[in-house]
Design a protein around this ligand. Structure first.
Ligand SMILES: [Zn+2]
Ligand SMILES: [Zn+2]
Ligand SMILES: [Zn+2]
Length: 213
């Protein structure tokens, strides 16, 4: 079992300089970033820390801008590959996100570990009822296989696809309180039994714990 815990954004955003180069054509895949879309990828240490209110969306990664020519751009991937002149260079912003129980901080939502639950508030704006829970939040959970579960989204096998009011997964409790629980008790459809299945993990979120079934 894995205990779930809540994470919330701080007002701190880090800026890093990222370089990546796709492994297509004759270039063999990078051992550090394998797979179909293999790439060589490296980021600098923090080059700036800026304050952006936690509820605001951070700027998208942009072109080199004011950092063009900066000596802190990485010159090689961690595997040793030296970036060519055609490599992509972008200024990358990362929100500092903090566990509310221990205070431990992580660079970006992607870095949150297994068991983390957060509010993808940027999914709420402009949406209809689907993807938003009864508390106005869109909670996401990092599963033991590393994938993410959008708890307030629609199950792929939803039996009421035209209905935006019901929830395919019904939430009870709050991750902040350690008692988040997801089941089919409430206004729901006939899809599943309240579990979440990915290609590599299947289980429940019951009484604040992720449990294999
Ligand atoms: Zn590499
Ligand atoms: Zn449904
Ligand atoms: Zn199962």
């Amino acid at each position: 079992m894995t205990k779930v815990f809540f994470c919330e954004p701080t007002d701190q955003v880090f800026t890093k300089l990222r370089v990546y180069e796709s492994c297509d054509g004759d270039m063999p895949p990078c051992p550090l970033f394998p797979g179909q879309y293999s790439r060589h990828d490296a980021s600098s240490d923090r080059v700036a820390v800026i304050t952006i209110p936690a509820e605001e969306v951070i700027p998208a990664s942009g072109s080199t801008g004011e950092y063009a020519g900066d000596e802190r751009w990485p010159t090689a991937c961690g595997c040793g590959h030296v970036f060519g002149s055609g490599a992509n260079r972008s200024v990358h912003h990362q929100r500092l996100v903090r566990r509310t129980d221990t205070g431990e901080a992580f660079e970006g939502y992607q870095a949150l570990p297994v068991g983390a639950v957060w509010n993808a508030f940027w999914m709420v704006e402009g949406r209809r009822g689907d993807w938003v829970g009864p508390d106005g939040r869109s909670l996401v959970c990092r599963l033991p296989d590393g994938s993410v579960w959008m708890i307030d989204s629609r199950a792929s096998n939803c039996t009421m696809p035209d209905d935006d009011v019901h929830k395919c997964w019904v939430r009870h409790g709050r991750p902040e309180d350690g008692d988040l629980h997801v089941d089919k008790a409430g206004h729901t459809c006939a899809a599943g039994a309240g579990s979440i299945a990915t290609p590599t993990w299947h289980g429940f979120l019951h009484h604040g714990q992720l449990t294999v079934c």
